[in-house]
Design a protein around this ligand. Structure first.
Ligand code: F58
Length: 838
C-alpha cells in the first residue's frame, strides 16, 4: 500500500503509536524491568549481573532501533550518495557502554540500575566482546564506523557474521592454547536478524554461452550449488547525533530448494551434508594476522560476502529507477584490503551478464565505484588464489578476470610497447605452477584510488609493490590516508576520569567531536595542581590495571613502578622477541649490581599481551619465552620490585580499554618499513602515555605532531634496511655483544630447557636476522635507558605526558574519515532530523 494514499487519520494513529521511548529515569527503569519480566522471564528474586546486563542491553537496544529506523527511513527517502565499507573484520568489542555514551544516556541508566540494586561497572563487565577481527585492520573498521555515524555520513558496513570470533587464548605451562570463542552463546542483543532479507549465492558449475536475439554472445553462469545469505543488522549510533548507521553482517544457511533436490533424489544424507557445508561458510573467522592462508573455505567466505553485499547494493540502486550511468554518483565502495577485491569482478559480471551492459560501459562504472586500501607490504600477506581452485568455485569470475587482465595489459602494451618484463610484473595472473591470481593487482586495476594507511607506508607502496602501476597510471591514483582512532571509545569511554578532567579544563565536551581542541591543554602545562591531578589520574588507571594483572596473572605489581607495555598481535616483524631479550639484559644487569647501585634503578613492570596465529610456530615460542622469563624474574629476590614481567592472556578490545589508559611507556618497535601504520600507538599517546618506537608507520607522524622531546625513537630507518640486510648477509657483521650475552644466558638454561628456544635463536644467526634485531639492539637499550632517566623527573614527565595528549588531534578517525569522504568517496553528511516518531 502506498503510504501517501493512506487516510490522514491512519497516518496520525501510526505516528501517535510509534512515539519514541522517553528517556527520563522512570521510563528507563520501567523498560528495564519490563524486559526482565517479559523478555527474560525473570524477577527480582532471580537476578544476577548478567541478567541485569541483558535487560539494560535490551532496553538500550529499543532506543537504538528507533534511531536506526528513523535514520534509515529518512535516508532511503532522500537517497543521497552512500559509502559502503566492505571489511571481512569488524572488531567492535563491547557495545553497551559505547551505545549509552553515544546516546547520552549513560548517567540515566547508571542511576536507574543503581536504584534497582546493581552497579553499572559490574553490569558492563558482563558483556562479552564481539571479536570478529584479528587486530589493527578489524579495529580500524570499527573506529571508522563510529566516526562515519558521528559525522552523519550515509554509510553502511558489510561483513560476515562469524559464529566464532578470534579464538580465546589461555596460557598453559607458558604456551598459548586456543579455545573457541562462541560469542553467540547467550544471544546477541546488538543485532537485528533480518530473516526477510535472504540472497542466493551460487558456487561452482559451468558457463553457458548463448547468442541473444541481436546476435550478441552472452555468458550465463549455471552454479552447481547455492547457499542462502541472511542479513543481520548491527546499529552503529553516532556520538551526540540522531544518526544511527548500519553494519550488515551475512550469515550462510542452506537453501530450501537445494535441500530438496538431494532429498527428492532419495539421498537424505547428502542433503544433510550439503546443509552443514552451507552453514560452514560463516562459521569461523580466520585467525591469521598479516599472513595469507590460501584455504578454499576462505575464498568461499570472500565470494559469499561480496556477492551478497553487491546484490543488496544493486537492489537498492535499482529501486531508485536511475540510469546505470548514475551508479557511481550514488554508490562508493571501499575495499578494506584485498579481501573483498572479488566485488570488482562480481559487479562487472552483474552489469554485463545480467543487466546486459556493454563491457566498456560496465567497466567504466566499476572503476568509478571502487577504491582500495592497502594495509601491508609484507610479501607473505599478499593474497593470491590458485587458478584451478578458483575456476572450480567461480568459473565465470575466472573468465572475467582473464578478460580484465587482457584488456588491461593491452593498454599497458600500447603505452610501453615491447616490455615483456613489465607485462609479466603487472599481470593480474602470476605465471607460477599453478597460475596464481594476484588480488592486489586486481584491486588496483579495478579501483579509482589506492591508499596506504600512513605517510611512510603510502610512499613505500609506490616504490615497491605498486611501482609499475604508479608509472602506468600516474601519481594521482596513489594517495595516503593516515589511520585514526575514535576518541569516544579510546579516551571518553576507556578513561572516564581523564575525559572528565579534560572537559572540566576546556569548559565543555566539544573536543570529543573536534580533537584538535585538546591543544587547549598546553596552557595548563606549568600549573602544578593541574599536573598533579593529571598524574593522579594516571596512577588510578595503573591501580586498575594492577588489579587486572593480579586477577589474570596472579602477580602483584606496584603502581609506582614504570608501566611498560607491548600489546599487539605477536609477529616477528613487531619484534616482541627483541623486547624480551632486552628485558633479559635488564635482569642480568640488575643481578650484577651492588645494593648501592640497585638503589638508583628505576623499577619497571614489563607488560606483554597478544595472540599468535595458531600455526605460527616462532610467534608461539616468543610467548613461551616471555612466560619463562616472567617465571624466573618475578620470583628472584635479588630483583624484587625492580623488575616484574607479565603476559596478560587473551588480549582483546575490552582488555585494551584497561591497559591503554594505564601505560607510562608503550613499545612500537617494528623493523622500519614493516608496520604499515599501527593504531595502538595513537591510543596510548592520546591517553598521555609516552612511546618508544622506531621510525615506522604512524610513529613518524606522531613524532611530527608531539615533538621529538616527547617520544623515544631508536633504530635504523626504512631506507637503510636493505643495505643492513645485505651487509649482514654478505659481509658477516658480527652479532651485537650485549645480544650475545643475552643469548648465551638462554643457552645456559637460565630460563629452562634451552633446546626449546633453539628455533627462535636461529632466527638471529648472522646473515639471517631478517628483522634486524642485532642491528637495532644497542640503540634500543639506549632508548630504554633514556626512558628510565626521563621517568625519574616526574614533573618533566608529566609535561611530556600532557603534551602528548594535547597534540593528538590529527589522529582522530573523524579526520581520517572526512578525508576519505572528501577525496575518495565524494559524499556529504546527511543529518537526520528528530521527528519524535517513526
Ligand atoms: C594492520 N593489518 C597493519 N591485517 O599491520 C597495521 O600496521 C595497521 O595499522 C592496521 O592494519 C590498520 O591499517 C592488519 O591488521 C590483518 O589483520 C589481516 C587480517 C586478514 C589476513 C591478513 C592480515
Amino acid at each position: 500500500i502506498e503510504k501517501s494514499k493512506w487516510p490522514k487519520e491512519t497516518i496520525e494513529l501510526w505516528q501517535r503509536l510509534s512515539k519514541k521511548e522517553a528517556n527520563d529515569i522512570n521510563s528507563v527503569q520501567k523498560s528495564i524491568v519490563h524486559h526482565v519480566t517479559t523478555t527474560l522471564a525473570r524477577s527480582v528474586y532471580n537476578m544476577d549481573n548478567f541478567a541485569a546486563y541483558q535487560a539494560v542491553a535490551l532496553s538500550t537496544r529499543d532506543r537504538l532501533i528507533s534511531q536506526w529506523n528513523e535514520t534509515q527511513g529518512q535516508l532511503s527517502r532522500a537517497d543521497p550518495k552512500r559509502v559502503y565499507y566492505l571489511s571481512l573484520e569488524f572488531l567492535l568489542g563491547r557495545s553497551m557502554d559505547n551505545a549509552l555514551l553515544n546516546l547520552g544516556l549513560k548517567d540515566t541508566y547508571g542511576k536507574g540500575i543503581e536504584q534497582l540494586g546493581f552497579n553499572m561497572e559490574e553490569v558492563i563487565e558482563s558483556e562479552v566482546d564481539a571479536a570478529l577481527g584479528n587486530g589493527g585492520l578489524g579495529r580500524l573498521a570499527a573506529c571508522y564506523m563510529d566516526s562515519l555515524a558521528t559525522l552523519d555520513y550515509p554509510a553502511w558496513g558489510y561483513g560476515l557474521r562469524y559464529n566464532y570470533g578470534i579464538f580465546q587464548q589461555r596460557i598453559v605451562d607458558g604456551y598459548q592454547t586456543e579455545y573457541p570463542d562462541y560469542w553467540l552463546n547467550f544471544d546477541n542483543p546488538w543485532e537485528l536478524p533480518r530473516l526477510d532479507i535472504s540472497i542466493q549465492i551460487g558456487f561452482g558449475g559451468h558457463v553457458q554461452i548463448i547468442e541473444d536475439e541481436y546476435g550478441v554472445t552472452r555468458h550465463n553462469w549455471i552454479p552447481a550449488t547455492n547457499v542462502q545469505a541472511i542479513a543481520y543488522d548491527v546499529p552503529i549510533p553516532g556520538y551526540d547525533t540522531e544518526n544511527c548507521n548500519n553494519i550488515r553482517l551475512w550469515r550462510s544457511k542452506p537453501t530450501k530448494t537445494f535441500d530438496l533436490t538431494s532429498f527428492n533424489e532419495g539421498n537424505y544424507e547428502k542433503s544433510v551434508e550439503d546443509a552443514t557445508n552451507a552453514e560452514k561458510i560463516t562459521s569461523v573467522l580466520y585467525p591469521n594476522d598479516n599472513t595469507m592462508a590460501g584455504k578454499e573455505l576462505r575464498l568461499k567466505q570472500q565470494y559469499f560476502w561480496t556477492a551478497a553485499s553487491l546484490d543488496d547494493i544493486v537492489r537498492r540502486f535499482k529501486k531508485s529507477m536511475r540510469e546505470w550511468s548514475d551508479f557511481s554518483d550514488q554508490v562508493a565502495i571501499q575495499l578494506n584490503d584485498t579481501h573483498p577485491a572479488l566485488a570488482i569482478v562480481e559487479l562487472q559480471r552483474l552489469l554485463v551478464d545480467e543487466e546486459m551492459l556493454s563491457w566498456d560501459d560496465a567497466w567504466d562504472i566499476v572503476t568509478k565505484t571502487f577504491a582500495f586500501t592497502n594495509h601491508t607490504v609484507l610479501p607473505e600477506a599478499m593474497e593470491k588464489w590458485s587458478v584451478p581452485m578458483f575456476e572450480y568455485l567461480l568459473p565465470r569470475h575466472l573468465q572475467i578476470i582473464f578478460d580484465i587482465n587482457l584488456f588491461f595489459l593491452q593498454k599497458v602494451e600500447m603505452k610501453f610497447p615491447n616490455d615483456r618484463g613489465l607485462l609479466n610484473r603487472m599481470s593480474i595472473i602470476e605465471e607460477a605452477q599453478p597460475q596464481q591470481i594476484r588480488m592486489a593487482h586486481l584491486a588496483v586495476v579495478g579501483s579509482h584510488k589506492v591508499n596506504g594507511v600512513a605517510a611512510l607506508h603510502s610512499n613505500l607502496i609506490k616504490t615497491t609493490i605498486f611501482k609499475d602501476f604508479v608509472h602506468y597510471y600516474g601519481e594521482d591514483k596513489f594517495i595516503n590516508k593516515t589511520n585514526g582512532i575514535t576518541p569516544r571509545r579510546w579516551l571518553h569511554q576507556a578513561n572516564p576520569q581523564l575525559s572528565d578532567f579534560i572537559t572540566e579544563t576546556l569548559g565543555n565536551t566539544k573536543w570529543l567531536k573536534d580533537l584538535s581542541l585538546l591543544k587547549g591543554l598546553v596552557a595548563k602545562i606549568n600549573d602544578d595542581a593541574f599536573r598533579k591531578k593529571w598524574m593522579a589520574i594516571k596512577r588510578a588507571n595503573k591501580v586498575r590495571l594492577a588489579e587486572l594483572i593480579k586477577e589474570r596473572c596472579n602477580v602483584e605489581v606496584s603502581p609506582d613502578a614504570l608501566f611498560d607495555v607491548q600489546v599487539k598481535r605477536i609477529h616477528e616483524y613487531k619484534r616482541q622477541f627483541m623486547n624480551i631479550l632486552v628485558v633479559i639484559h635488564r635482569y642480568r644487569t640488575i643481578k650484577s649490581m651492588t645494593a648501592a647501585q640497585k638503589a638508583s634503578v628505576q623499577p619497571r613492570v614489563v607488560i606483554f599481551g597478544g595472540k599468535a596465529a595458531p600455526g605460527y610456530y616462532i610467534a608461539k615460542l616468543v610467548i613461551k619465552l616471555i612466560n619463562s622469563v616472567a617465571a624466573v624474574v618475578n620470583q628472584d629476590p635479588a630483583v624484587g620490585d625492580l623488575l616484574k614481567v607479565v603476559f596478560i592472556p587473551d588480549y582483546n578490545v575490552s582488555v585494551a580499554e584497561v591497559i591503554v589508559p594505564a601505560s607510562d611507556i608503550s613499545q612500537h618497535i617494528s623493523t622500519a618499513g614493516t608496520e604499515a601504520s599501527g593504531t595502538s600507538n595513537m591510543k596510548f599517546v592520546l591517553n598521555g602515555g609516552l612511546i618508544i618506537g622506531t621510525l615506522d608507520g604512524a610513529n613518524i607522524e606522531i613524532l611530527e605532531e608531539i615533538g621529538e622531546d616527547n617520544i623515544f625513537i631508536f633504530g635504523c630507518m626504512a631506507n637503510e634496511v636493505e643495505d643492513l640486510r645485505h651487509a649482514q648477509r654478505y659481509r658477516g657483521v658480527p652479532m651485537d655483544s650485549a645480544l650475545q650475552g643475552v643469548i648465551s644466558a638462554i643457552e645456559k638454561g637460565v630460563f629452562g630447557d634451552p633446546k626449546i628456544y633453539q628455533p627462535l635463536i636461529s632466527t638471529l644467526t648472522v646473515g639471517k636476522d631478517f628483522y634486524l634485531i642485532s642491528a637495532d639492539f644497542a640503540s634500543y637499550i639506549a632508548a630504554n635507558q633514556a626512558v628510565d632517566q626521563a621517568y625519574k623527573d616526574q614533573s618533566e614527565w608529566s609535561k611530556k605526558s600532557i603534551r602528548c595528549t594535547a597534540n593528538m588531534g590529527k589522529f582522530s578517525s573523524d579526520r581520517s574519515v572526512k578525508e576519505y569522504a572528501d577525496e575518495i568517496w565524494n559524499i556529504k553528511p546527511y543529518p537526520v532530523i528528530d521527528e519524535g516518531h517513526l
